[in-house]
Ligand binder design. Structure first.
Ligand SMILES: [Zn+2]
Length: 287
């Protein structure tokens, strides 16, 4: 735990913050798992309605959203009890296994909780427990959800990228502590158009799709937070990360050059690093 945070908020305050962020991480696990299923269900229903096909039987009367139903073990269908749902601690106490069928619970669940807590603590120690600090925490949480969803499904939901864009403009328009609003609006436009241009250039030359519209929207959202000046560094960092990841996957024999890699996670990491460590990152690229 950061020494700054303990100095500022005391041990109890810092522990309360850590606990809150672990719980947010736990909620993000639900979003990462359920949002893609909710979207698939919606699209299937819309497609059926458009084609005048009867809705599927099981879509009647069984709500599925971020709150309902309660979490269950995917193997034995056993409902997860309250004490088994405590961030990180439950996973350690259960030694990573379901209390009913001993099916292993992926390490990713506690990992997402820990990553969320650590990164959120970094944000608060950088920006303080201020309105801007809270806004950047929300950005961080949305980027974590977008990263894992894109990694799993190669999908960046509009339900995340659009609110992120509007929040970025709102933060720069009313908090006026990051970049001027005009730079934020320009950042959103240039961010979208830049990747859109590359997409079409790539498509015209190779007749393949190199990335998705979600990537354009995500870079537009990041541009709205960081301003247009930071876009080159975001793109360069994201491309470098993507390249290293692709090479690493090829070296491990897990990937071929023709397979697509989700670009969203790298954009999200690059955007977050550029926003939080702005002076260092922009200073590095201007040298
Ligand atoms: Zn089970």
């Amino acid at each position: 735990m950061s020494v700054d945070l303990i100095m500022t908020y005391g041990y109890i305050g810092a522990l309360c913050l850590l606990w809150t962020f672990l719980c947010v991480g736990s909620f993000l696990n639900v979003v990462i798992h359920r949002l893609p299923i909710m979207l698939q269900n919606n699209w299937a229903q819309e497609a059926r309605a458009m084609l005048s096909i009867e809705p599927q039987e099981n879509t009647h009367g069984t709500p599925f959203n971020l709150a309902i139903p309660r979490s269950r073990c995917p193997r034995c269908e056993r409902q997860i009890r309250l004490w088994e749902n405590i961030p990180v601690i439950s996973w350690c106490m259960l030694r990573g296994k379901c209390a009913g069928c001993k099916n292993s619970i992926p390490r990713r669940y506690p990992a997402v909780e820990l990553i969320t807590a650590i990164i959120s603590m970094m944000v608060i120690s950088n920006f303080g427990f201020t309105t801007l600090g809270l806004f950047i925490c929300i950005l961080t949480w949305m980027l974590i959800a977008a990263t894992f969803i894109d990694f799993d499904h190669q999908l960046l939901p509009d339900q995340i990228t659009y609110p992120l864009l509007w929040l970025g403009l709102l933060a720069n328009g009313f908090l006026s502590t990051t970049v001027p609003l005009i730079d934020a609006v320009t950042g959103a436009m240039v961010g979208y158009l830049f990747l859109w241009g590359i997409y079409w250039l790539f498509k015209l030359i190779t007749h393949k799709e190199g990335m998705g519209y979600g990537d354009f929207k995500l870079l537009a959202a990041l541009g709205a937070w960081t301003g247009w000046q930071a876009l080159p560094s975001i793109i360069l960092i994201a491309a470098a990360l993507g390249l290293f990841y692709g090479l690493w996957q090829i070296l491990r024999g897990q990937h071929t050059t023709s397979q697509a890699i989700a670009f969203g996670p790298f954009l999200a990491i690059a955007g977050w690093v550029t926003l939080v460590f702005r002076d260092t990152v922009l200073g590095f690229f201007l040298l």
